[in-house]
Design a protein around this ligand. Structure first.
Ligand code: UD1
Length: 434
C-alpha cells in the first residue's frame, strides 16, 4: 500500500518526547553514574539524505530520537519515500518511488542539514530544491563551497530569497578543491558525485567521523569512495545504489557534553557506547585540567575529585577541538579554578551564550573570536538558550551553580540531544519543568 506524501509524513512524526519551553535547574552536587550515548546527529542527517540515492529500501539503525532526525524523516516522506518505524531507533525507508520536490519543502527552513537534499536530489533525480536553509545562528553561514562543488560537477543553480534550486542534465566527475574545510560542502559533494559519471576527487575535504560514516554507508550500498577520514576523497561514480542495513555511529558531541557536565560538578560519569578515538582533543584537555579519565573500546569514564584547573582550547576542523563542544567547555572554565581561554576558529561569532553565563556570575568576556574566562562560583539566574550547544552549556553551568536557575527557549536543545533531561536526571541532576 502506498501512502500519500502528507499521510506518509504523519507516520514518522511521533517519536521525540515533548520538550518543555522552560526548565528549572537546582544545584545537583556531583553528577554521578552511567549515560548511554545515542546515535550521532551529524552522521544520521547525511545518511538519511543519502538514502534518497538508493533504488531499494534501507534499514537505518541507531538513529537518535531528536527533532532534526524527525524533520529529516518528514522531508523524505514529503518526497514520497515510504518511512516506517521498526523500533525506537530503527527505521525502514523505501525511496524507490521518491520524486524531486516541485517546490521547496517548508520544513527545510528549520535545519541546516536540509541543504543535503540539494546534493542527494541532484545525484538521484538531476534536480534538488530546498527553501531557506535553517540551523543555529552563528553569524553568517555561507554555502559558497556547496555551490562550487555542484558547479564543478556540471550543475547549474538558482538562488533566491525563498529557495535554492540546483539541476544538471548529466553529472560529470570533476576535481574539486575546497578553499575552506566544510562538513556540509563535503557531504553535498559526496552525495552528488556518488552517481555522477566518472571520477571525482575532493581536496581539502572534511575528515570528521560523520563523513567517514556517510562514506561507509554509501560504500555498503555499492558506491566506490576511497579516502574517508582523510582530506582527499576519490569517488568513482556508479549507476545504481541498492539499499542496505546500517547503524549510525555514536554521537561524540553528546558523549563529550556528559563528560563536561561531570567535570563541572566534580562528579564521576561513564559514557557508554562512545568511541574514545573521536574525542582525543577533549580527553587530553580534561586530563590536563586535572580530571582522571579511563578509556575502553566503547566507553569513557571521567572522575573529577576537585574543581578542575582552567586551560586554553582552540577549535578547528577534525581532528581539532570540536567547535560543537566549545560552549560546554567554556561553561566548565567558568566553574573551574584559574583562567580559561577559548579561541573559536570555525564559527567566529559562536559566543551568544556568554551574556547568559554572565547573568550567573561568570567572569567571561569575549573579544573578536576569543572568550577569556576567570573561574568563579556560579549562582542561579534567569537565562535563555540562544542555540543548541549553548543550551547544553547553560544546563551544565546551571547544574554546577549555587541556587536555582530558570532556562527559557530550551526547545533548541531537543534538536540535537536525545532525552537530555532524562539522561541528566539519571545521573543526579535536579531539573524540572518550569
Ligand atoms: C556542521 C555541523 C555543525 C558544526 C560544523 C563544524 C551538521 C548538521 N552540522 O555544520 O554542528 O558546528 O559542521 O564542525 O553536521 N563555510 C564557508 N562556505 C561554505 C560552507 C562553510 O565558508 O560553503 C565555512 C563556515 O562559515 C564555517 C566553516 O566553513 O566557518 C565550517 O562550516 P561547515 O563545516 O560547513 O559547517 P556545517 O556543515 O554547516
Amino acid at each position: 500500500m502506498r501512502y500519500t506524501n502528507e499521510k506518509n509524513r504523519g507516520r514518522c512524526a511521533c517519536r521525540v518526547e515533548l520538550f518543555m519551553e522552560k526548565l528549572i535547574v537546582r544545584p545537583s552536587g556531583p553528577l554521578y553514574g552511567r549515560v548511554g550515548i545515542s546515535g550521532s546527529k551529524n552522521a544520521a542527517l547525511p545518511i538519511l539524505a543519502a538514502v534518497l540515492l538508493c533504488e531499494s529500501p534501507c534499514i537505518i539503525g541507531n538513529l537518535p530520537a531528536i527533532r532534526d532526525v524527525e524533520l529529516a524523516l518528514s522531508i523524505l516522506a514529503g518526497m514520497g519515500a515510504q518511512v516506517e518505524r521498526i523500533d525506537r531507533a530503527t527505521y525502514r525507508i523505501d525511496p524507490t518511488h521518491a520524486a524531486p520536490p516541485g517546490a521547496p519543502d517548508p520544513l527545510s527552513g528549520r535545519m541546516r542539514a536540509s541543504a543535503y537534499y540539494l546534493g542527494a536530489g541532484l545525484g538521484r533525480f538531476g534536480r534538488g530544491c530546498v527553501g531557506r536553509i535553517g540551523g543555529c545562528d552563528f553569524g553568517g553561514r555561507p554555502i559558497d563551497q556547496h555551490l562550487k562543488a555542484f558547479l564543478a560537477l556540471g550543475g547549474s543553480m538558482e538562488v533566491s530569497e525563498e529557495a535554492i534550486t540546483v539541476q544538471a542534465a548529466a553529472l560529470r566527475g570533476a576535481m574539486i578543491e575546497f578553499d575552506t574545510v566544510s562538513v556540509g560542502a563535503t557531504v553535498n559533494a559526496i552525495l552528488a558525485a556518488t552517481r555522477a559519471e566518472g571520477e571525482t576527487v575532493l581536496k581539502n575535504a572534511a575528515s570528521e567521523p560523520h563523513i567517514a560514516d556517510l562514506v561507509a554507508f554509501l560504500n555498503r550500498c555499492g558506491a566506490d569512495i576511497r579516502g574517508a577520514g582523510t582530506s582527499t576523497l576519490h569517488i568513482r561514480g556508479v549507476k545504481h545504489l541498492r539499499g542496505c542495513s546500517y547503524a549510525v555511529i555514536p554521537d561524540m558531541i553528546e558523549a563529550g557534553t556528559y563528560l563536561l557536565a561531570a567535570a563541572a560538578t566534580q562528579g564521576a560519569v561513564t559514557v557508554c557506547g562512545a568511541d574514545p578515538h573521536h574525542l582525543v582533543p577533549l580527553i587530553s584537555k580534561l586530563r590536563e585540567m586535572g580530571a582522571e579519565i579511563d578509556c575502553e573500546e566503547r566507553r569513557i569514564s571521567l572522575f573529577a575529585a576537585k574543581r578542575l584547573r582552567g586551560a586554553s582550547v582552540i577549535t578547528g576542523p577534525y581532528p581539532g577541538f570540536p567547535t560543537d563542544l566549545q560552549p560546554q567547555m567554556a561553561a566548565l572554565f567558568c566553574a573551574a579554578e584559574g583562567r580559561g581561554l577559548v579561541e573559536e576558529r570555525v564559527w567566529r561569532q559562536r559566543f551568544r551564550y556568554a551574556i547568559e553565563l554572565q547573568k550567573m556570575g561568570a567572569a567571561i568576556t569575549v573579544r573578536e573570536n576569543t572568550a577569556y574566562v576567570r573561574g568563579t562560583c556560579l549562582h542561579g539566574a534567569e537565562i535563555s538558550v540562544p542555540d543548541l550547544r549553548a543550551g547544553a552549556a547553560l544546563l551544565i553551568a546551571a547544574c554546577a551553580a549555587e541556587g536555582e536557575s530558570t532556562l527559557s527557549d530550551t526547545s533548541y536543545i531537543e534538536r540535537g540531544y536525545e532525552d537530555i533531561i532524562g539522561k541528566l536526571r539519571a545521573i543526579g541532576a535536579d531539573i524540572s519543568a518550569g
